[in-house]
Design a binder for this molecule. Structure first.
Ligand code: SF4
Length: 339
């Protein structure tokens, strides 16, 4: 960046807290790294293990191969399911293909899968609030399969996806008295609340999850950005374009009336964004590593920003255990039988 391109600004930098990696992302990355260490490359990973380009590129360089479909994987190989979770059909396919599977599904996503299973066993129809096409939504919707009618699509049988209050208005269910809802874990809390209100207005008997499906990391990062954005005139969120929770952080800032951008790394920062700004807030999605935040701060400083303050926030102490079959394998240093 030449000096002529630098914005004339002495904006302060404020860091949101908490930001960046959550326990589910930490665990998913460790699972891939451990599998690579124990079994050697290549290790196959279905979809991006977490939605961050830097993380995925780093694991790829160590020998991970990312595939969208299991049939691209040679029989007998090791596959890891991403933090977003997979449908029952994908698990069955892995078994049928003779793959050794390790599950990096975040335990908080698994919690929603278990909810869906129990609700279906109780004969409930389920509304999922989530974003169409997101792998977590595909995995969770895929828990509602119906073994008695494998030819039918789960969604058309007993599970419905809605994204907005408008979708709720158009929604028709078979029995509004046996209806429940679940949500994607990384939704905007405010947007989800609007959809939930619409569901409750249309289906007064709808059953809510026992505890919130939107995860602690999503809630804490959105709360932190909300507090930070109040004092800022620009917010930068570090995150990859396909990261749901990072996109929601940018929206949370924008909904506070603040100019906000999401950047995959420092090279995407534009000097003109800083022009005339006094306070720049920085946060990072749950899949974005702190090293990228540091690079963004350095770039902001090079563009003339200064005086970094880190806000106080919730201290997170959540740690998730590794899958048992990986721990056992690590101890025995032998390949496990197929799951
Ligand atoms: S954002 Fe939440 S649900 Fe997703 S991996 Fe992190 S802790 Fe798990």
């Amino acid at each position: 960046m030449s000096s002529s391109q630098q914005a004339e600004t002495k904006a302060e930098i404020v860091l949101a807290n908490p930001r960046g990696f959550c326990a589910g992302v930490d665990r998913a990355i460790i699972i891939v790294e451990q599998a690579l260490e124990k079994f050697g490359a290549p290790i196959y990973v279905r979809n991006e293990v977490v939605h961050n380009k830097f993380v995925v590129d780093g694991l790829r360089a160590k020998g991970a191969i990312f595939v969208n479909e299991l049939d691209k994987i040679p029989a007998g190989s090791t596959v890891i399911f991403s933090a977003h979770g997979v449908s029952k059909a994908v698990r069955k396919e892995a078994e049928a293909l003779g793959l050794t599977a390790f599950d990096a599904t975040c335990p908080l996503v698994t919690k929603v899968h278990i909810e869906v299973g129990k609700l279906r066993q109780a004969g409930m129809e389920i509304v999922m609030i989530g974003h169409k096409g997101h792998p977590e939504v595909e995995g969770t919707m895929g828990q509602a399969d119906n073994d008695a009618h494998p030819e039918d699509k789960a969604a058309s049988l007993n599970m419905y996806l809605v994204e907005t209050p408008d979708d709720v208005l158009k929604l028709a269910v078979k029995n509004p008295e046996k209806l429940a809802y679940v949500t994607q874990t990384t939704l905007s809390m405010d947007d989800a609340a609007l959809v939930i209100d619409a569901l409750k207005a249309k289906f007064p008997l709808i059953k809510a999850p026992k505890s919130d499906d939107i995860c602690y990391a999503t809630q804490n990062r959105q709360d932190a950005v909300k507090i930070m954005a109040k004092d800022c005139d620009l917010v930068i969120v570090v995150g990859s374009p396909n990261s749901s929770n990072s996109n929601r952080l940018r929206e949370v800032a924008q909904n506070q009336g603040v100019e906000a951008y999401m950047v995959d790394n420092a090279s995407y920062l534009k000097a003109e964004w800083l022009v005339g700004k006094k306070k720049i807030g920085v946060s990072a999605g749950a899949s974005a590593p702190e090293v990228l935040v540091k690079e963004v701060i350095t770039k902001l400083e090079n563009l003339g920003a200064a005086n970094i303050t880190e806000l106080h926030g919730v201290i997170e102490s959540v740690v998730f255990q590794l899958p048992k079959n990986l721990v056992n394998v690590s101890e025995n240093a032998t390949l496990p039988a197929n799951k």
